[in-house]
Design a protein around this ligand. Structure first.
Ligand SMILES: [Zn+2]
Length: 314
């Protein structure tokens, strides 16, 4: 077991979740509860905190917030950075996990970073290199929706499920695919960005933060809901889920994200009916319909997933 190499005083991992407006941090204990030959709960959350990110001082300013928040969660748990074996980072995309870079963060500062004076600093930001330098630990790095999926798979609603899609609805639309037990990645460290499937070719379709009109993200983010109202929102979400589901035939569709968790409570029955109707051909073919479920880990999903990734390297 690789884990036996871990120093006795380093049984904790620190993880971060960098979103469009917020930075979360959590300190986890690495545990190994073996249940039917599977690691049932690889990490246990000890303490977590969240702040609104101040983007105004550029990458150095954001790194200082990582440092302060990391120190705070360690302190709250009666631990110090010396107890931390490795660091995990879940980040809003698009990112390149092989290069450890944030490519062009269209949703930072709620999408306003594009007009920000320090915008260029956040493009091609070698954030993993910077965090390794800052914490002097190895840093595991993944897209935030992918981390949320890993978190839900490890100890959330998708526990034991090998085939599911996860949607995080908030400032943007994050998506992740777990297929036959494995997180699906795109080419060379890129993430599967299904949030940018185009749902409408109309010239009046809303403009996505990526610069394209009619992306699923533009319709299904919290601003999209405010613009079109519930009925149209459910119609769009149904079509997106249908399009996404026909590619991977998932067993579950997990709806998460701050806005997603709230809106799901209101639209759950209409959405389930809509998707069942949109995928009625499956039923006729004897293929079971995907269950549409609310994420269990809420705000902590990305932190849990990043901690799971960080713990894998130990
Ligand atoms: Zn887009």
């Amino acid at each position: 077991m690789k884990r036996s190499k871990r120093a006795k005083n380093s049984d904790k991992v620190l993880s971060f979740d960098l979103g469009g407006t917020k930075l979360g941090a959590g300190l986890f204990e690495v545990v190994s509860i073996v249940n039917q030959k599977q690691v049932a709960a690889p990490v246990k959350l000890l303490t977590h905190e969240q702040i609104q990110v101040d983007w105004s001082q550029g990458t150095q300013g954001v790194l200082a917030q990582f440092h302060e928040l990391g120190r705070l969660v360690c302190e709250k748990a009666g631990a110090s950075m010396a107890d931390v074996a490795s660091v995990g980072l879940a980040s809003a995309g698009p990112i390149n996990t092989l290069k450890g870079t944030i490519l062009n963060p269209i949703n930072f500062a709620g999408g306003a970073i594009a007009s920000h004076a320090v915008n260029s600093q956040f493009r091609q930001w070698a954030i993993v290199k910077d965090l390794v330098k800052l914490f002097k630990k190895e840093v595991a790095f993944e897209n935030d929706a992918a981390c949320a999926a890993l978190g839900e798979q490890a100890q959330g609603v998708a526990k034991g499920c090998d085939d599911f899609l996860l949607l995080t609805l908030g400032t943007g639309l994050g998506t992740a695919i777990v297929n036959q037990g494995r997180l699906v990645s795109a080419r060379s460290g890129l993430h599967t960005e299904a949030g940018h499937f185009v749902l409408s070719l109309s010239d009046t379709a809303p403009l996505c933060n990526c610069g394209t009109r009619g992306c699923a993200e533009a319709y299904l983010c919290s601003k999209g809901y405010a613009a079109v109202g519930e009925a149209e929102y459910v119609r769009r979400l149904t079509q997106f889920i249908r399009s996404f589901a026909v590619v991977f035939a998932p067993k579950q569709i997990v709806i998460g994200g701050g806005f997603g968790s709230k809106v799901f409570l209101e639209i759950e029955s209409k959405l389930k009916l809509g998707v069942a109707e949109a995928l009625s051909g499956w039923k006729e073919s004897g293929v079971s319909l995907p269950k549409i479920v609310a994420a269990k880990l809420k705000n902590e999903a990305g932190l849990v997933g990043a901690a799971v990734l960080a713990s894998r390297g130990l």
